[in-house]
Design a protein around this ligand. Structure first.
Ligand code: PMP
Length: 428
């Protein structure tokens, strides 16, 4: 191994105290001591291009967010049991980015907590308990949320009230069946099966980017068909925007808007505070107010002053730096470049995605389409050796997951594509 002895020693001590659950990315793990924009710096001062992390959405260590958080830390931190103008103003600003009808906000600290609350409210409102998710979805780690996250490993099982459907991969639809019809039929089938087993539908929940399913952002439009079935059965739709939200997909602030559909509940997290733990749940008031009147939900840190200061600073940057437009331009350039580099490759089935969320599906050969996990891992690690960071996703981990901070610049796109082309020459 080329790892410095000190880093190897840190990893050994790490394994000792954290145990086997804490896996690292890359054959040669890496440690960073600072960052800026879409760049991470290691102990020796080497600059890595971060094309993977979505939490630092406006860029690592963004000065405006750092300043807002430092100021709040040095002033006061209170919670939602006290009146705070900054919380009210933040809620108004955030809700203004949603379509009419989505008018209530609850705050928590992680995407898992947000989804946990969303499903609790959905169950309370509908009186049902059935949940529908996609086959390889990931929605989080509380015991409730884990029970509808099929990708948590052999030791974690789905609840008896949970049904899975295919993600919106047009190739999974039966021949001659349009994607929207395929998705509608699956939702209908899942509802029927739940009812046969005595479960009434509470919610359909989907990740707007279908990240762990393998990244499926297009085509759009089928969501409305799915929601007709959900609503006809008395259920609600929860849009999990932890991945797709905050302009990740470029065209719109929220992934569901690309479908022209209106969710009943929306959850968000990761990029919301650029690294400060803050997550949110947005509701149609008709869905949440009865819960609010009857169930006590107090979240000590959720909605407290410091994370809210971070959230507000992120919204400032979105406005000042015209983030969404940049995501659209740089994301398109990134995807076009990747298509160009891989167009003759026998090992690339598809380049897909939207905005700054791109998936490159690696296969044994284009005709057979068998997933090639080992080759995808080689590409990920070759890129890391050239100081460019991505990872893999999908049920076979054969889809390159390219999801940089939204601060990714045109120069970053160029560096990424040049490095990718070098790796592709050997591996793809
Ligand atoms: N939903 C989705 C779609 C996610 O990707 C994640 C995190 N990977 C979560 C929920 C859970 O968020 P957290 O890790 O903040 O609990």
């Amino acid at each position: 191994s080329e790892l410095p002895e000190t880093l190897r020693e840190t990893i050994r001590r790490r394994d000792e105290v954290l145990g086997p659950g804490y896996t690292l990315i890359y054959r040669e793990p890496v440690e960073f001591v600072s960052g800026h924009g879409a760049h991470l710096i290691d102990r020796d001062g080497h600059d890595y291009l971060d094309a993977y992390n979505n939490v630092p959405c406006v860029g690592h260590a963004h000065p405006h967010v750092a300043e807002a958080v430092s100021r709040q830390v040095a002033t006061v931190n209170t919670n939602t049991r006290y009146v705070e103008e900054s919380l009210v103003a933040y809620a108004e600003r955030l809700l203004a980015t949603f379509p009419d009808g989505l008018g209530r906000l609850s705050l928590a600290c992680s995407g898992s907590e947000a989804n946990d609350l969303a499903v609790r409210v959905a169950k309370f409102h509908t009186g049902g308990t059935g949940i529908i998710v996609t086959r390889w979805a990931y929605h989080g780690i509380t015991s409730e949320v884990a029970s509808f996250s099929p990708t948590l490993g052999a030791g974690s099982s789905l609840g008896p009230n949970v049904r899975v459907i295919d993600p919106p991969d047009p190739r999974l639809a039966p021949p001659g069946v349009a994607l929207a019809e395929h998705m509608r039929r699956q939702v209908r089938g899942a509802i029927d099966d739940l009812e046969r087993h005595g479960f009434r539908l509470a919610a359909l929940i989907t990740d707007g980017a279908y990240s762990s399913d393998g990244i499926f952002t297009d085509p759009v439009g089928y969501l409305k068909d799915m929601l007709e079935e959900v609503h006809a059965a008395g259920g609600v739709y929860i849009a999990d925007e932890v991945q797709a939200g905050f302009a990740r997909l470029g065209e719109t602030m929220w992934g569901f808007s690309r479908h022209g559909a209106l969710p009943d509940i929306v959850t968000m997290g990761k990029p919301m505070g650029n690294g400060m733990p803050i997550s949110g749940v947005v509701f149609r008031p008709e869905v949440s107010d009865e819960f609010g009147r009857n169930v006590r939900y107090f979240n000590t840190f959720g909605g407290s002053s410091i994370p809210v200061a971070a959230g507000a600073a992120v919204l400032d940057v979105f406005e000042e730096e015209n983030v969404r437009q940049r995501v659209l331009e740089n994301g398109t350039a990134l995807r076009k470049g990747l298509e160009e580099i891989t167009k003759d490759s026998a090992h690339v089935a598809e380049v897909r995605g939207s905005g700054l969320y791109v998936g490159v599906e690696i296969v044994e050969d284009r005709q057979a389409g068998e997933p090639d996990r080992a080759r995808a891992e080689d590409v990920v690690n070759d890129l890391r050796d050239r100081r460019v960071l991505i990872s893999g996703t999908g049920p076979a981990a054969n889809v390159l997951k390219i999801r940089p901070p939204l601060a990714f610049t045109a120069a970053d796109v160029t560096r990424f594509l040049e490095t990718f082309a070098e790796v592709a020459k050997a591996r793809l």
